[in-house]
Design a binder for this molecule. Structure first.
Ligand code: ZN
Ligand code: ZN
Length: 587
């Protein structure tokens, strides 16, 4: 090895230039590193080491390799420290970024600068450690870096990720210069924290301020649209994507496919799928799952066959769609055949979701005892979802003993899940066992279990309206309730009798009937009947399962008012048309 001090500066410069040529190969980078070691390029020199670290981190070489080189550098400069912190912030295990920061603070030669904090906050956001983040934010304020846009963006991102959307919005609101990154952060924050409606309002505000959305905004928006079932807005996003040349982007198109399927506009999804020049397994799977949950099980299975013919390899998610299709179409034997095919031909190890589908397949077909037997012989430990599926089947087909057993398992696994109390209570209610219903309700109150309130979304023009059960907060509440009364009157003249056994209480018949007529989806439908032109399809997104009574009422409404009504509930789609539903009363 040559003496490091004697290597001429020109050679070192050449070596660094050489580094820049290996911008795409980790292997080449390591070879150059070895070459440097052999020829005595002084890595410990902060200027030279800086380049090597920068390239190692940028190429996402392993951080332990980079750290090893880093520890050989004498007095690394702030650029190198920041590069290392950034590198860790981008990995799955960002914690060492914080250790580095602490070492940096303890160091007497360098101090954190404007670039240090955004990287550090990114690492902390990944760790979702709000307390730590706020401590660092305190330091940032003391050092006077808080007014920089990228520091504010990092704080905004941290709050969004940690579920503190209000705090995120406060930071955002006070920012004097809000760039696209800030808008995207705050919009995405509202979406990931389950507040898609606020996200959409912000998007509109963004347009008013003349900020052009980018690819990230589009992806966030599409997930908000999917959540809300906002079809009109999805179509506008689609139009915008065409305008800015994103319409051939595979990922953007896959996101759109998903949105159309989740808005219940499965024909739109198929059209897009057929138009797509490039399709991958995700595109196929998205449409297969979309068809299945929209009640087009037969078409889902046809598409699956086509996918196999194309030579694409289905994934475990594809099979969730396939098994779901079989279960909701009542195709028990086919379901078992596909399950076998999944494990034997594609070597997919069944996950609990697949077992869940099989239990559902049997349960829906009324084979409740077989479903129970199946659970007992499963190779995986049944989880709450599996037992809940069985409990639902028991409620539907009236198997009291197995139902109580399933409930006992659920109490062990998830004692605070309100839906199970409701299911069990419905099981009792269907047999008029009001004292047992009462006991369940009392237990719920005693244990502090809150029933998840039902809500429904509908979209008109630019706005998504939300209704909760018995909602009277809407500005047009009076008209809505007049309409509801008229609907009920017309329903009765068609011979409709409310199905009161679904109501979760031993209250008087009349009272029960009242609370049924106020389920959020009915309120939403009444609102849409007033606000939209005759024959316009009505789309509703509901967070819980549609109850039997609403299902019956909506079937009749679709006929009486000559409207196609599409309801997405938490487990599937119902396409109501001319007095019947695509689920064939099987949900
Ligand atoms: Zn209902
Ligand atoms: Zn249905």
């Amino acid at each position: 090895m040559r003496n490091k001090d004697t290597l001429p500066p020109l050679i070192i410069k050449r070596c660094i230039t050489l580094l820049q040529t290996c911008s795409s190969s980790k292997l080449k980078l390591k070879q150059i590193h070895c070459f440097w070691i052999r020829h005595g390029v002084p890595i410990s020199d902060p200027e030279t080491g800086k380049h090597l670290i920068y390239h190692l981190v940028s190429l996402s070489a392993s951080m332990s390799y980079a750290h090893n080189v880093f520890s050989q550098i004498k007095n690394p400069n702030i650029f190198t420290w920041n590069t290392m912190i950034r590198g860790y912030a981008e990995t799955e295990n960002p914690a060492p970024a914080l250790n580095l920061y602490n070492q940096l603070r303890a160091s007497t030669c360098v101090e954190p600068d404007t670039h240090t904090y955004p990287f550090l906050l990114k690492a902390i956001a990944k760790m979702a450690d709000l307390k730590l983040g706020e401590k660092i934010y305190g330091i940032i304020i003391r050092t006077g870096f808080e007014s920089l846009v990228f520091t504010q963006n990092s704080v905004l991102h941290l709050y969004s990720i940690c579920g503190e959307v209000e705090s995120a919005y406060k930071v955002f609101d006070l920012m004097p210069d809000r760039d696209i990154v800030a808008w995207n952060s705050v919009i995405n924050g509202f979406i990931v924290n389950g507040r898609p409606n606020e996200a959409l309002s912000l998007y509109r505000e963004m347009g008013l301020e003349g900020i052009q959305p980018d690819g990230f905004t589009m992806v966030s928006l599409l997930s908000a649209c999917a959540e809300l079932g906002a079809l009109a807005l999805s179509k506008r996003v689609h139009g915008y994507m065409r305008k800015v040349g994103l319409s051939e982007n595979l990922y953007a198109n896959n996101a759109l496919l998903d949105v159309y399927a989740k808005c219940g506009s499965i024909r739109e999804a198929q059209k897009l799928f057929n138009e797509m020049e490039e399709r991958n397994g995700v595109s196929w799977t998205t449409l297969i799952v979309g068809l299945a949950v929209n009640g087009f099980g037969g078409e889902a299975l046809e598409l699956f066959k086509a996918m196999e013919i194309e030579g694409l390899v289905p994934t475990e998610i594809t099979f969730v769609g396939v098994l779901y299709a079989c279960s909701h179409c009542g195709m028990v034997d086919e379901g078992f055949n596909y399950f076998k095919r999944m494990t034997e031909k594609y070597n997919i190890v069944p996950r609990i979701e697949h077992y869940g589908c099989m239990v559902d397949l049997l349960g829906r077909a009324g084979k409740v005892k077989e479903a129970h037997e199946y659970i007992r012989n499963m190779s995986l430990q049944p989880n709450a979802v599996v037992w809940r599926t069985l409990l639902a089947a028991c409620t539907k087909h009236g198997y009291m003993g197995i139902g109580e057993h399933a409930r006992a398992q659920l109490i062990e696994l998830e004692p605070y899940y309100s839906g199970d109390y409701v299911l069990l209570s419905n099981l009792y209610a269907s047999e008029q066992r009001w004292s047992d219903v009462h006991k369940v309700r009392k237990k719920m109150i005693r244990e502090g279990v809150k029933k998840t309130p039902g809500y429904s979304f509908v979209e008109i023009g630019n706005c998504v309206h939300e209704f909760v059960m018995g909602d009277k907060s809407h500005s047009e509440s009076e008209e809505i309730y007049t309409m509801l009364a008229e609907i009920t009157r017309r329903l009765r003249s068609e011979g409709y009798v409310p199905q009161t056994s679904n109501v979760f209480a031993d209250i008087e018949e009349e009272e029960k009937e009242n609370s049924l007529s106020y389920h959020s989806e009915k309120i939403a439908i009444a609102f849409m009947l007033i606000k939209t032109a005759p024959e316009t399809p009505i789309r509703v997104v509901k967070n819980l399962r549609v109850c039997g009574d609403c299902h019956l009422a909506i079937k009749l409404i679709s006929k009486m008012y000559n409207r196609e009504i599409i309801v997405r509930d938490c487990s599937r789609f119902h396409h109501f048309r001319d007095g019947s539903c695509s689920c064939q009363d099987y949900w």
